[in-house]
Design a protein around this ligand. Structure first.
Ligand code: MG
Length: 387
């Protein structure tokens, strides 16, 4: 089989001002993505997406200029070979094996897996070994953001539990007092057995992370995500040494198996959050999940941007023999709700991957054409160095 065409569609959807959320990662102004279509000679189309926020112009140029010419001459089914050739031949030398270069490869890899599933007529999780989580995948609501009062945060957590979630995540890192008040209010409002997760988006320094870890331990929080800069492996190691029951999680800004190996080798991580749509695609993140298993750690992916990235991560989690804690974006997001024929359905804390061939999604190309990106920004600057 050959590839007939590869198309890239940069998409922009505005977030209404009253629905925008802020965390240590910045203020979200819009949701954006690059929809990748890989069409085979027999007319099947595989869909992929590099998770954002990356510059859509750079992504489009990389995929069309550096990756497409190679894939147009090969059998798209030999995915492992293509990953290796593209990574060592282009991404690690020219495009960047961290951030946007690896993300471009990730999106293409997802599209190749989707195409393979459609060609064989089976769901992606079947290609990956079948359903390990056959009853559904444990999920958490992501997230309650900075711009809330403790009372409103507690009320929002209660509403999410009423909707079927059994775990919720709170963004921290705005200020110590604000974080403590929110954690305390939510903890006291939740029934036993409902998990509370914290996420600082790398916005704390070592002192601030240590102070907040003590609070998280007192309240029995499930994990503490991105407490520090991803460049501070030693800081993560020191923090993990102090933790008793709170897992140290990071990885949404790490790329490839070797970056995660550095954290594992230094005993600086409990939960590897490699995202299929950023860290190297399904091909690479399968290896990172196995790395976690080899060291008795856990892989729970970050997944946020759009319905394709979420479905791709969910298929791999469904097939993976790991304790699941799957991220589900509850903020305003047209790329989750309006792009495809699949939306949130959480029941008793569990979600299920689509069961059609490949990713199991049908894309609304009318929506894609109506929301073409024209250079708009997607996010304000983050807030590093807060404590
Ligand atoms: Mg996060």
């Amino acid at each position: 089989m050959k590839v007939h065409d590869i198309r890239v569609h940069p998409i922009h959807t505005e977030i209404p001002a009253h629905k925008r959320v802020e965390s240590g990662a910045g203020l979200k102004l819009a949701r954006q993505m690059c929809l990748i279509e890989i069409e085979s000679a027999d007319g099947l189309v595989g869909y992929g997406s590099p998770s954002g926020p990356y510059d859509l112009g750079v992504l489009t140029a990389l995929i069309e200029g550096a990756i497409k010419p190679y894939l147009m001459s090969v059998d798209p089914g030999d995915i492992e070979q293509h990953w290796d050739r593209l990574y060592f031949g282009e991404i690690s030398r020219n495009s960047g094996n961290r951030s946007v270069g690896m993300a471009a490869l990730s999106g293409v890899d997802i599209a190749l897996w989707d195409l393979k599933g459609k060609t064989l007529g089976v769901p992606l999780y079947d290609l990956l070994g079948g359903q390990f989580h056959s009853d559904g995948v444990r999920t958490y609501a992501s997230s309650i953001y900075w711009d809330t009062t403790p009372q409103a945060a507690a009320e929002e957590a209660t509403i999410l539990v009423d909707q079927g979630f059994r775990a919720v995540k709170l963004k921290v890192g705005r200020s110590f007092d604000h974080d403590v008040a929110n954690i305390s209010a939510i903890s006291h409002s939740l029934d036993p057995g409902i998990e509370l997760l914290l996420d600082a988006n790398q916005s704390l320094d070592r002192i601030g992370a240590n102070r907040l870890l003590a609070v998280a331990e007192d309240h029995g929080c499930y994990w503490f995500e991105e407490p520090l800069s991803i460049d501070d492996i030693e800081g993560h190691r020191q923090l993990r040494e102090k933790r008793r029951i709170v897992r140290i999680a990071t990885g949404e800004n790490l790329y490839g198996r070797w970056a995660f190996t550095d954290f594992v080798r230094n005993e600086a991580i409990d939960v590897l959050q490699a995202d299929v749509s950023r860290a190297g695609g399904i091909t690479e993140v399968r290896k990172i999940a196995d790395l976690a298993s080899c060291h008795h750690l856990t892989w729970n992916p970050h997944t946020f941007n759009d319905v394709i990235t979420v479905a791709a991560n969910l298929h791999l989690v469904t097939a993976s023999p790991q304790a699941a804690m799957f991220e589900w974006d509850i903020t305003h997001n047209s790329l989750m709700d309006d792009l495809a024929n699949w939306t949130l359905d959480v029941y008793d804390g569990l979600v299920r991957a689509p069961d059609g061939p490949g990713l199991g999604l049908e894309i609304d190309m009318g929506f894609v054409k109506a929301h073409r990106w024209a250079g708009q920004p997607s996010i304000g600057a983050g807030h590093p160095g807060r404590s």
